[in-house]
Design a protein around this ligand. Sequence first.
Ligand SMILES: Cc1ncc(COP(=O)(O)O)c(C=O)c1O
Length: 453
Amino acid sequence: MNDLSLAGDLLDIDRRHLIHPLHHPKDHAAAHIFESGQGAMLRTADGREYIDGLSALWNVNVGHGRRELATVAAAQMEKLAYASAYAGFTNEPAIRLAERIVGLAYSNMAAAYFTTGGAESNESAFKFARYYWKRMGKPDKVKVIARSYGYHGVTLAAMSATGLAGYGKMFGPLVPEFLQVLPPYPYRWPGNGDAGIGAADAVEDAILAQGADTIAAVIAEPVMGAGGVIVPPPTYFPRLREICNRHDVLLIADEVITGFGRTGRWFALGHWGVEPDLMTFAKGVTSGYLPLGGVLVSKRIHQAVEDAPLDEKFMHAATYSGHPVCCAVGLANIDIIEREGLVERAAVMGQRLQDGLQTLCSLPAVGEVRGLGMLAAVELVEDQRTRKPALGLGGRVVAEAMKRGLILRQRGGNSGPPPSGDSLCLAPPLMTPEATLDRIVEIVGESIVAAAG
Ligand SMILES: Cc1ncc(COP(=O)(O)O)c(C=O)c1O
């Protein structure tokens, strides 16, 4: 589609008939119609090229335009497009992908349950946690502790675990039995001590206040993504794991963004030598080529499912669990990540990106640059010394970056606790060429200067 009037017509129809996620007409006034993608680049219908600085929505890990994924999808669709995977039925791509992911993830993991995305994966993890405790004879362990700035998806329970108030504001009341505690956010930590220790202890305080016999699980992104790429201090997860063990609480790692190489490891809790009880994934498992997600469960949780009497069976009947085409694409996507060494590349190139962004700390509006692997954020401030949050600047920087050919996202400030400023978020495809990464840094710098000036 190169015809500009056709693009105009399409946008007209779009405005009349299509509701977008995060929808407000004002945000859609100058909408872009994406037409094609190649590597780290996206092209719009009016012929403009953009660097995809966020891998679309933190998901296109292997980059755009991978013909082999299309070929695998077509072949699987021709052979077996869909069949039920309810007990008594199964299919080869689902079996092989479950084995593959279990093999790549933490050593205590035993089995996978497949979903179609991140929210559904977290929803499933909450249900696995409740199921497990009921099977263990502790039916009152139902509550879930999450953290402010966490993001877990749009379904009601995942939204209730999400600690970014805007996502729940118009959809309340929230699901009961979900609560939030302070996140390990060093730049904004309200106390004097280590944010890792303090934030882990905040979880323990919540467990003690609520009563451990009511808490099913804690859910945590290893690195908070949508909340502003908040990297915890190394003390956080080891201490959180200890606390969960001490109080018999399950730890759910939401690796929807951090999984499949994003942080320079296959899965991110490995950075701190910690294993969760449940791990949710989506996005990078197919690099977004088809919708797929899932939950990995540890051996003891798997055992609880396997040993259940008939009247306590695991009844979580998603139609598309184990979808053969999505799973076949997942396998081919993992082949690409392995063959091209993209996990190792994310560590090395991610460092290049972080180092480049660090140079922007000389700009007065930059409060902090943080990140891990190919996941980075620049937090904007009004005053570097007082760390006074900059509000509204992030949106202007994103617009300036767009003019210069870079797509990125911002996490708006005014969230919390603790309160913070706008943060620019970056997560380019893991294969992004060096020169493109360097260009991202340049554009971010130019855009901050243009927007702040
Ligand atoms: C950490 C995390 N968990 C869950 C989700 C929800 O995933 P989905 O939009 O596929 O439901 C997201 C989406 O951005 C996410 O970043």
